[in-house]
Write a protein that binds this ligand. Structure first.
Ligand code: PLP
Length: 454
């Protein structure tokens, strides 16, 4: 992005000279220069060129209560003055972490009353890996080490997180996955369902779990981990048959179930957790993002009482982070949950704004480029195709990236996962802002189609 604005150019020069950006092609970024985001309010961002952009992704799926809430800044400032840091190691604790653990257990599914805090979702899933293996060791079944995960699932970018995840482009860098993690098919009907109906495909995909448990041996399997709805994989809403069949299989085998709620948690589906939406009854849930609305880094693992009972017998759990339950992050999380509860934001998503968003998004199905629109709550996906009937894609055209660029340049952030456009706006988005989002999305689909026809 070449700019006439000297301030933008200065920041881009700093990026070129000193910064290595996450999930970026360093060289390409140097040539283009990053877009510089300078401030934000509600569902809108402003860049250094003065452009106002509707953030259809809530940052990275995290800014649940919207940008610019002074209450969170005030909570952080107050906590920084009172106790800016102390740790939870060596039999100490502090009020914000304890109060936040209680607040989380009040909104978590029944029987999940304990929280282990981390600094991020990835650290949460690292914790899951170690906690699951420790749990089985304490139970006298140390061979139950293998974690089953899914191809194209996303569980973070640490070694354990990326290994649990099923992104081949991540596995290719750094010899991942680490041993003891195996992957099964994802329930992505639009992309991989072939001639099966969505319901048939949902059952087939779920049966892959049982097949894998039998192949690895129940005595060697510690857990199955999955996102209720895959986010980074392309907002993959499983067919209706998928979760009921998975639950049936989980009930037959003595393995733990981990729901990665990093995206689905804290109201994104219109329920507090994706596990509530699908009635999943997990043993552990990974959380982050919406926990603090992204205002400050924090993650964690919510653990079922029966699992805690076993861990209580295990002596020291030799795991933790300097910033586990950081007091400032905990104070912000607590205030964020207070706002979500008192302003009934999750209830409003469920009964008002999510139904409206889903209805308006589906109107895009009539667009010649659109093969499917799907979504749940404040999550949506638009599949871009060459042929609506056969679900055939454009080959090697980078349609998703073309569309994403048009969105950027027309005041809307939508993300592209291959040729799937995805959205996950702040939970507080209004009806009028939903209209704006959908109208901008249609305009960008038109521009993308015109570009393809050139
Ligand atoms: C489902 C899921 N799990 C884990 C993570 C990793 O979280 P973090 O980036 O905070 O480490 C993400 C991040 O997008 C995620 O979507």
């Amino acid at each position: 992005m070449s700019s006439n604005n000297p301030q933008t150019r200065e920041w881009q020069a700093l990026s070129n000279d000193h910064h290595l950006a996450p999930f970026s092609d360093f060289k390409q970024l140097k040539e283009k220069g990053p877009r510089i985001i300078t401030n934000a309010k509600g569902v809108y961002l402003w860049d250094s060129e003065g452009n106002k952009i509707l953030d259809g992704m809530a940052g990275l799926w995290c800014v649940a209560i919207g940008y610019g809430r002074d209450e969170l800044a005030d909570a952080a400032s107050k906590q920084m003055r009172e106790l800016p840091y102390y740790n939870l190691f060596f039999q100490t604790a502090h009020p914000p972490a304890l109060q936040l653990a209680k607040a989380i257990s009040e909104i978590a599914p029944q029987g999940m009353n304990h929280v282990f805090f981390t600094g991020s979702g990835s650290e949460g899933n690292d914790t899951v890996l170690r906690m699951v293996r420790h749990y089985w060791a304490v139970k006298g079944k140390p061979s139950k080490k293998v974690i089953i995960s899914r191809i194209n699932g996303y569980h973070g970018s640490t070694v354990a997180g990326a290994s649990l995840g099923g992104m081949t482009y991540m596995h290719e860098q750094g010899d991942l996955p680490i041993p003891g993690i195996v992957h099964i098919a994802q329930p992505y009907w639009f992309g991989e369902g072939g001639d099966m109906t969505p319901d048939e495909f949902g059952v087939w995909a779920a049966e892959q779990l049982e097949k894998k448990i039998l192949e690895v041996g129940e005595d060697n399997v510690g857990a199955f981990i999955a996102e209720p709805i895959q986010g980074a994989g392309g907002v993959i809403v499983p067919p209706a048959t998928y979760w009921p069949k998975i639950k049936e299989i989980l009930a037959r085998y003595d393995i733990l179930f981990v729901a990665d709620e990093v995206i689905c948690g804290f109201g994104r589906t219109g329920e507090w957790f994706g596990s509530d939406f699908y009635d999943l009854k997990p043993d552990l849930m990974t959380i982050a993002k919406g926990l603090t609305s992204g205002y400050i880094p924090m993650g964690g693992v919510i653990v079922r009482d029966e699992v805690v009972k076993v861990l209580n017998e295990g002596g020291d759990f030799n795991h933790g982070f300097t910033y586990s339950g950081h007091p400032v992050a905990a104070a912000v999380g607590l205030e964020n949950i207070r706002i979500l509860r008192e302003e009934k934001i999750v209830e409003r998503v469920k009964s008002e704004t999510a139904p409206y968003l889903q209805k308006r998004l589906r109107e895009l199905s009539d667009h010649p480029l659109v093969g499917e629109v799907r979504g749940v709550g404040m999550l949506g996906a638009i599949e871009l195709v060459k042929d609506k009937a056969t679900r055939e894609r454009y080959v090697d055209r980078g349609v998703g990236m073309i569309c994403r660029t048009f969105c950027f340049n027309n005041g809307l952030i939508m993300r592209a996962v291959g040729d799937t456009m995805i959205i996950s706006p702040p939970l507080v988005i209004s009806f009028a802002e939903i209209d704006e989002l959908v109208e901008k999305a249609r305009k960008c689909l038109d521009l993308t189609l015109a570009e393809l026809q050139k």
